[in-house]
Write a new protein. Structure first.
Length: 193
């Protein structure tokens, strides 16, 4: 079965979004700084050179996406197409009308466990890309998040949205890999069960 992996760029003080994060300012003030590690020399988002490029390639081998409602709504569900793979959104409310135009987007109202099971089945032998702070916290709580790939950015935001603001309990992690680059320290963790 496929693994579920949270991929997240994070400031040293734990923020994944800056202040004033709302639909009119997705990611908040300073959000771009968290993603400079995968920009090309001309400043566009894309495959960086060196070890970060290898991480970028690895990151793009997912077979399904599990993302929180807030995340997908801020990017209009990636216009219904995130590299042609199914997108699963755990939510207690039905989707907005635009989702009817996106056949790869499925809202799952039966909880995070069901959403993850559906995403893993759809991913086949590839992994499930997990996005969203709240969604990752619920997946950890339910025991359905397998790994975390954190791109630790050498910056202190001092405010915004934290990845692990509220956790249900103590969570032990095992360090699987550390890749240090000038732009970020990339740490892969496995959730201990």
């Amino acid at each position: 079965m496929s693994a579920s992996v949270l991929y997240m760029s994070m400031s040293l003080d734990g923020y994944i979004a800056g202040p004033n994060d709302d639909p009119g300012n997705p990611g908040g003030d300073g959000f771009g700084r968290l993603h400079e590690w995968f920009t090309t020399p001309d400043g566009e988002f894309g495959r960086p050179a060196g070890p970060a490029g290898e991480l970028f390639d690895e990151m793009n081998t997912y077979g399904a996406v599990l993302a929180g409602r807030r995340t997908v709504e801020q990017v209009d569900h990636w216009n219904g197409d995130r590299q042609g793979v199914p997108i699963f959104v755990p939510s207690h409310r039905p989707p907005g009308p635009s989702v009817a135009n996106y056949p790869l987007v499925t809202y799952v109202t039966e909880g995070i466990e069901s959403a993850m099971a559906q995403a893993k089945a759809a991913a086949g032998d590839r992994y499930v890309l997990v996005h969203g702070a709240y969604t990752a916290q619920r997946a950890l709580e339910a025991g359905v998040l397998d790994e975390l790939q954190i791109h630790q950015i050498p910056v202190l935001f001092g405010g915004g949205r934290r990845q692990f603001e509220v956790l249900p309990s103590h969570v032990e992690l095992e360090i699987v890999r550390v890749i240090d680059t000038p732009e970020a320290t990339h740490i892969r963790y496995r959730v201990r069960r």
